[in-house]
Design a binder for this molecule. Structure first.
Ligand SMILES: N[C@@H](CCC[C@H](N)C(=O)O)C(=O)O
Length: 300
């Protein structure tokens, strides 16, 4: 049994996040702990954001990201906003620089409590997404599901936002599709050697989209920030929208959009809320946890 660490149960637009404080420790949250925490209704989550001491000069923390099945993720937009809110509450600071396996992320908490995260530049090269076969134009690849002559979903835009994404454009409400059935088939399709996050996106106007996502390693989630970024980039790249859009995350209980801007310097900036729910202590090796009586520690 490892020494207990503090954690906070949080969410970003309903995306369930556990922020675990692993600073000043050399161990990691284990995949087994993740699976155990996800099996308990109180701590069921989509991603764990484990905050470690910084590894690079000029950064505030190294963030390790785990999906609910125990696998690693390279990016998590909603989770990053939760980390910012937790650290802002702890330190009184508003700007942070994090490092993940996907690179450096700059983030800022605004006066109104919303948080912006610079999610970096989208990657379109087929072998860096990665795809298992060469596609010259990744704004629309050959992939479909359903009858060959009347596919239900087809021709997704694919990219990496640090993690692999496929965005399928649909002409009606994404909630009308059986994503629970199609999601796992597409996530595990052989064209995605590292699997992929699968998003359905509907154009509402030139500056707004409605999305719903099946997440790699976590399944149907209420919201996915990096997928919202991928949908916004795909919308602009394929001429469906401008470069700044509000995303109505269809399955989110929070009726608040995520604003995504694909800036002229190619960086994608996501702005939205984060919400603290409760705090506790957890054993990062086993996932055994206790809940605090009163809010303390990470984020209030
Ligand atoms: N919910 C996240 C993305 C989570 C990562 C994903 N499941 C993966 O494995 O790539 C977000 O808000 O971006």
């Amino acid at each position: 049994m490892a020494e207990l660490v503090e954690f906070a149960k949080m969410n970003g637009l309903g995306n369930k996040i556990l922020v675990i404080d692993m600073r000043d420790r050399s161990d990691k949250v284990t995949p087994q702990a993740a699976v155990t925490l996800n099996a308990d209704a109180a701590t069921q989550f989509d991603q764990i954001m484990a905050i470690h001491n910084p590894k690079a000069p000029g950064t505030d923390a190294w963030i390790d990201i785990l999906n609910s099945d125990g696998s690693k993720a390279q990016a998590c937009g909603n989770g990053t906003r939760c980390v910012v809110q937790a650290l802002a509450a702890e330190t009184g600071r508003r700007t942070f620089t994090f490092q993940t396996v996907a690179g450096i992320l700059n983030a800022q908490e605004h006066e109104d409590g919303t948080i912006s995260v610079d999610m970096g530049k989208p990657v379109f090269d087929w072998n860096r997404i990665p795809l298992s076969e060469e596609f010259f134009d990744t704004s629309r690849i050959e992939l479909q599901i359903g009858p060959i002559d009347a596919p239900i979903l087809h021709s997704p835009s694919v990219m990496s936002m640090g993690n692999p994404h496929a965005v399928f454009w649909v002409d009606r409400d994404p909630m009308d599709f059986d994503l629970e059935r199609f999601g796992p088939l597409l996530e595990n399709h052989p064209v995605f050697p590292e699997k992929a996050n699968i998003t359905l996106a509907q154009v509402v106007s030139a500056s707004s989209l409605r999305t719903r996502t099946w997440e790699r390693g976590a399944g149907l989630t209420l919201a996915c920030g990096s997928a919202a970024c991928a949908a916004a980039v795909s919308g602009a790249r394929t001429g469906r929208t401008g470069r700044k859009v509000d995303i109505d995350v269809a399955s989110s209980p929070a009726r608040q959009p995520l604003t995504i801007e694909w800036r002229s310097d190619d960086h994608v900036v996501m702005t939205g809320p984060a919400e603290w729910e409760w705090s506790g202590k957890v054993d990062p090796s086993t996932g055994a946890f206790t809940r605090d009586e009163e809010p303390e520690a990470l984020a209030r």
